[in-house]
Design a protein around this ligand. Structure first.
Ligand SMILES: [Zn+2]
Length: 539
């Protein structure tokens, strides 16, 4: 009886409350129509992508190519009529690096050109070198003792050969309804994920020092088995939790296609001598250790000082040309703001695009932007993150900080939208456990349904530049994108090139991103925020 009455009251209330709560959210379908018209008929997204990847190439922070990319993007923003286009420092990054040349061959027992890439931040060889490769798997202190004094001037194969297997399922896929349903399921996060993995017995710095002291001429790795084969080579550098770019003078190190590497090992097994010839030229840049983001705006006209941001990261690894990771994100964000500018919008809030640096090494650009503009904890958790502690305590990235110390800008940013999961079209958005944005985004997605944008996932997603915003309680989001062949083929490999981006998907993505950003800019209120576990102090 009592229960029924309560139910009646709840029902009666909801009749009043629900329409009121929803009335603020009106997705302006007319505006989506205009965004669509510009974005489909006069898209520049593939031109942007081509220039960043084909002409400029891979973009390691601190390299001449990265500098060129930032200048080009800034000029492009200005050409499109954006205000305040700037290259903005984001704090210290470390050493820059570029590979200028690599050539690797087997010359005995028969000739073969070998597919290999320089590992980021390694030095070049002492000119063209020639020698017998030695398979020396060093993982323990005992291994070090076994090989001490035996590797002077050697070409060292550092991994066991890896058998490749035929692939029976297609690499590329779109999310099915079933997949999207699964993404919507929210795991209750009581247990930490299996973070960290096994600790190696020898620290990478220690091993690097050993190779250096031994006078090793060249280190050769086999491409990682987490990526596909057929000449796909994974080329990144995460030793020491991504500290490669802070330590100069690492031995020349290359990574070779698994098939080529295994062939050398098989010949050695047959006790037939192998001779390799190799030359690597690379440069470490130590003059300017600062990191730089590219920023540009459409100024707001009404809500003075308030801002909505969008972006992707302009840095990349160097095996391919960083096309899906993440020139796609830059091209989409640039295109989204270009569309809005071309439509002559007068947003209430400022719309600000950001192309981040140093994402691959640990969100240097976005972290730097957040602690420079918005704030950091009393322990400077964002400025000096302890990644090991974070892996152990992933539910609480603010670690044991006592408070968040913020700047006035902190209370002026409505939200940040990121694009960095390949070149697959947008299927929805991860809302990072922010229950309050669901009804808002649901409304905004209604006119975008027929473009495949249907899914809101409450669960947080990791691994990219929305996180520093999210850590300090600023609504920061990454879109749900179709995976296509991001894994296992493209991510961080030599196949991360223009050719493997999907043009239709990038056009769709720019239209969706422009719509979300526009709605955020025009909303009466800023986006609602999640509560933080520590107090906030404005400085
Ligand atoms: Zn990325």
């Amino acid at each position: 009886m009592k229960r029924n009455r309560l139910l009646t009251i709840v029902l009666a209330l909801s009749v009043f409350l629900i329409p009121a709560a929803f009335s603020q959210e009106k997705a302006d379908a007319g505006m989506v129509n205009r965004i669509w018209e510009e974005g489909v008929n006069r898209s520049k997204v593939m031109d942007t992508l081509s220039y960043l990847t084909d002409v400029i190439g891979p973009r390691i922070p601190g390299s001449p190519a990265m500098k060129k990319a930032c200048e080009w993007a800034k000029d492009k923003f200005t050409e499109w009529g954006m205000a305040n286009a700037a290259i903005e420092p984001c704090g210290e990054f470390g050493l820059g690096w570029a590979n200028e040349y690599i050539s690797v061959h087997m010359v005995e027992p028969t000739y073969a050109s070998l597919l290999a890439y320089a590992k980021p931040w390694t030095l070049g060889t002492a000119g063209k070198i020639k020698g017998q490769p030695v398979l020396a798997i060093i993982r323990t202190k005992a291994d070090i003792e076994k090989w001490r004094g035996k590797l002077k001037g050697a070409i060292v194969l550092t991994d066991p050969p890896r058998q490749v297997h035929p692939v029976f399922k297609p690499y590329a896929r779109r999310y099915t309804d079933e997949d999207l349903k699964e993404i919507m399921e929210t795991p209750i996060p009581l247990q930490p994920k299996d973070g960290g993995g096994e600790k190696p017995e020898i620290k990478w710095e220690e091993l690097g020092e050993f190779y250096g002291n031994e006078g090793v001429a060249l280190l050769v790795e086999s491409s990682d088995g987490s990526r596909s084969d057929f000449g796909t080579v994974k080329v990144d550098a995460y030793e020491g939790m991504g500290k490669n770019h802070t330590l100069p003078g690492q031995s020349p190190r290359i990574v070779m296609a698994a098939e080529a590497y295994a062939r050398i090992c098989r010949i050695l097994d047959l006790k037939v001598p192998v001779t390799l010839e190799a030359e690597v030229r690379s440069t470490i840049y130590d003059q300017d250790k600062m990191g730089y983001n590219v920023i540009a705006e459409i100024p707001g006209v009404d809500k003075k000082g308030e801002v909505v941001m969008l972006g992707g990261h302009i840095d990349s690894w160097a095996g391919g040309t960083g096309a899906v990771d993440d020139a796609s994100g830059c091209a989409v964000a640039m295109e989204a703001i270009r569309i809005l500018k071309a439509l002559g919008v007068k947003p209430k809030r400022t719309i600000r695009a950001a192309l981040w640096t140093g994402e691959e090494e640990g969100f240097y650009g976005s972290r730097g932007y957040v602690f420079t503009h918005f704030g950091d904890t009393d322990k400077e958790t964002l400025k000096n993150p302890d990644w090991e502690a974070y892996e152990k305590n992933w539910r609480n990235p603010l670690a044991d900080s006592k408070k968040l110390i913020v700047k006035p800008e902190y209370n002026k940013i409505s939200g940040y939208f990121n694009y960095d999961n390949g070149s697959g079209r947008i299927r929805g958005i991860y809302i990072q456990e922010n229950f309050q944005v669901r009804p808002i985004f649901e409304e905004w997605m209604k006119p975008l349904r027929d473009l495949g944008v249907t899914t809101i996932a409450l669960q947080p997603t990791e691994g990219t530049d929305h996180l520093p915003f999210d850590y300090v309680g600023i609504p920061g989001f990454q879109f749900i994108q179709d995976p296509i062949d991001y894994f296992p083929t493209l991510h961080h490999t030599n196949q991360d090139i223009y050719d493997h981006c999907v043009p239709e998907d990038l056009v769709q993505s720019a239209v969706v991103m422009a719509s979300f950003v526009y709605f955020t800019a025009m909303r009466d209120e800023m986006l609602p925020r999640k509560p933080l576990p520590i107090p906030i102090e404005v400085k």
